[in-house]
Write a protein that binds this ligand. Structure first.
Ligand SMILES: Nc1ncnc2c1ncn2[C@@H]1O[C@H](COP(=O)(O)OP(=O)(O)OP(=O)(O)O)[C@@H](O)[C@H]1O
Ligand SMILES: [Mg+2]
Length: 233
């Protein structure tokens, strides 16, 4: 599904360049769930942005589901982002003036899908994430956990192969974070998509089974995650 070789990303910083990622080699199989860990500034968001086609690499090769993201044209990359990838961000990135339903439908306006069918699917997804009753409410009048559920539904509207989640529960209180994490785990199980998430959560790591650790832009460890203990020690 994902094949990364000697991948690097630089950002301009004044007259210098910051190496956000260096020499990343990585393979992720279809349907896998992978958790990305690492200190602040280690390159987690940068790697997700590359995988999702939001940035182009400075060096190396990057293929996702047969598409070469380095050689792809701008149009191919835009199509890839819109139709094959779902994003969930820490701060939701929803349009506060629109209803939950309108936010979930929005990505379809950029694609070719039928809007009538899309509306049905958006309703079904909002139902699935527990917001069936609130689908017409403006996002501004939803709680943080509810907003993130809308964002998860929106990420899935185009039936992506790849779900990328960047600190999806970072702005939520513990109980709400747990329920959104649980939702992501269930959806990953149900939909058979490939998922890459940054989150320090034992349950998510236990579910993922695989943890990647970044440090200063390098991949330092690629290990099997331990399942969370069922018994408090
Ligand atoms: N738009 C940008 N312009 C310049 N430098 C950037 C930009 N975005 C990130 N960087 C730099 O790239 C490096 C990696 O940043 P990145 O955001 O990927 O880290 P992160 O692991 O996601 O951190 P956090 O846990 O704080 O979200 C850092 O040194 C950061 O300062
Ligand atoms: Mg980040």
């Amino acid at each position: 599904m994902i094949q990364v070789r000697d991948l690097g990303l630089d950002y301009p910083s004044g007259s210098e360049r910051v190496q956000a990622l260096t020499g990343i080699d990585l393979d992720i199989a279809p349907g896998e769930c992978v958790v990305l860990l690492g200190p602040s500034g280690s390159g987690k968001t940068s790697l997700l942005n590359l995988l999702g086609g939001l940035e182009r690499p400075s060096r190396g090769t990057l293929r996702v589901g047969g598409l070469d993201l380095v050689g792809a044209s701008d149009l191919e990359l835009a199509r890839y982002r819109n139709q094959r990838v779902g994003f969930v961000f820490q701060s939701f990135h929803l349009d506060g003036r629109r209803s939950a339903l309108e936010n979930v439908i929005l990505p379809l306006c950029f694609g070719q899908a039928s809007l009538a069918r899309g509306r049905e699917r958006a309703r079904a997804l909002l139902q699935r994430v527990g917001l069936g009753e609130l689908c017409h409410r403006s996002v501004q009048r939803l709680s943080g956990g509810q907003r993130q559920r809308v964002a998860v539904a929106r990420a899935l509207i185009c039936q992506p192969e790849l779900l990328l989640a960047d600190e999806p529960v970072g702005h939520l209180d513990d109980a709400t974070a747990e329920s959104v994490t649980e939702l992501l785990i269930e959806l990953h199980r149900e939909q058979g998509l490939t998922m890459v998430a940054t989150a320090h959560d034992d349950r998510l790591m236990g579910h993922a089974g695989r943890v990647l650790e970044l440090s200063a832009g390098r991949l330092m460890a690629d290990r099997i995650a331990e399942a969370p203990s069922r018994h408090a020690s």
